[in-house]
Design a protein. Structure first.
Length: 278
């Protein structure tokens, strides 16, 4: 089963004052399931994980409604304020939906780089673990030390680093990113998404992605790397089929079943109910 573990849908009318700006014409419009379905069929992708793009529970409700109506959406990674006093109750409520699989705070947009390294998150993380939910980490390289501290404090929480922590490929920066990713990969509860790298390459040729992708595979191993398209953000840098083909070429053939489907299914518990609902 081939799974795209990182894609988005949105309606521009819901995003007034939010990213993406109008000058990003390739993605400044509505993107709904009917836009993606023919692309998935052509790529022989069987299902997806739909990931949040706004700090809003309304956005989470929007995604869960789409998941109810479109069977190819196998799971949803939503948003709730994890530091709110009522976070555990909100998590319990949202977890009643069987396709809600995790949460993603938008760490890359939070002014405080150390936001994640805070015991104030502990009640929310305990609630996530109680309900069998996972944590998507939308981080930049500067967030990796706080993320390492957070992950070490919550060793039972499954965590996936989105987009390889967005290495500065366009600037050719590798060593600092590598050293922190190496430390992150030593934590067994950490996974990493093979996604978003083409966008980070900027004007560099697509081949510039290969050393970073191969490093992710080497550090995390084929059992902890999860492929995703990051569509439609991918449209800023390339084409769905071309990105998939590039990744299929980078990942050894014997690892395809895990990286392009099996790992996503097990990490997000796709098709399984939450412990609280069992």
């Amino acid at each position: 089963m081939r799974i795209d573990a990182h894609q988005h849908f949105w309606r521009i009318a819901d995003r007034v004052g939010q990213w993406p700006p109008a000058e990003l014409a390739a993605i400044h419009r509505d993107f709904i399931p009917e836009d993606l379905e023919p692309i998935l069929a052509e790529a022989k992708v069987d299902g997806t994980v739909l990931v949040q793009t706004m700090e809003s529970e309304a956005d989470t409700d929007f995604m869960l409604d789409l998941a109810d109506r479109h069977p190819f959406i196998l799971g949803v990674v939503g948003w709730t304020d994890l530091k709110a006093a009522d976070a555990p109750a909100n998590i319990a409520r949202l977890a009643q939906h069987p396709k809600l699989k995790g949460f993603r705070p938008m760490l890359q947009d939070i002014a405080d780089d150390n936001w994640i390294d805070d015991p104030a998150l502990d009640p929310a993380i305990a609630a996530m673990q109680e309900h069998g939910l996972v944590f998507d980490a939308l981080v930049l390289p500067r967030h990796l030390d706080p993320l390492i501290a957070f992950a070490g404090r919550h060793p039972e929480l499954p965590i996936v680093t989105d987009h390889g922590a967005k290495p500065l490929i366009a600037e050719g920066r590798f060593v600092g990113w590598y050293s922190r990713m190496k430390a992150l990969a030593q934590l067994p509860n950490l996974h990493c998404k093979l996604s978003g790298l083409l966008t980070e390459a900027g004007d560099q040729k697509p081949q510039a992605v290969r050393p970073y992708a191969e490093t992710i595979l080497d550090l995390f191993g084929p059992e902890r790397v999860i492929w995703g398209s990051d569509w439609p953000v991918l449209r800023l840098a390339g084409d769905y089929q071309a990105w998939l083909a590039q990744c299929l070429d980078i990942v050894p053939a014997e690892q395809h079943d895990a990286v392009f489907g099996g790992n996503a299914k097990s990490f997000y518990r796709l098709g399984a109910s939450h412990p609280s609902a069992s």
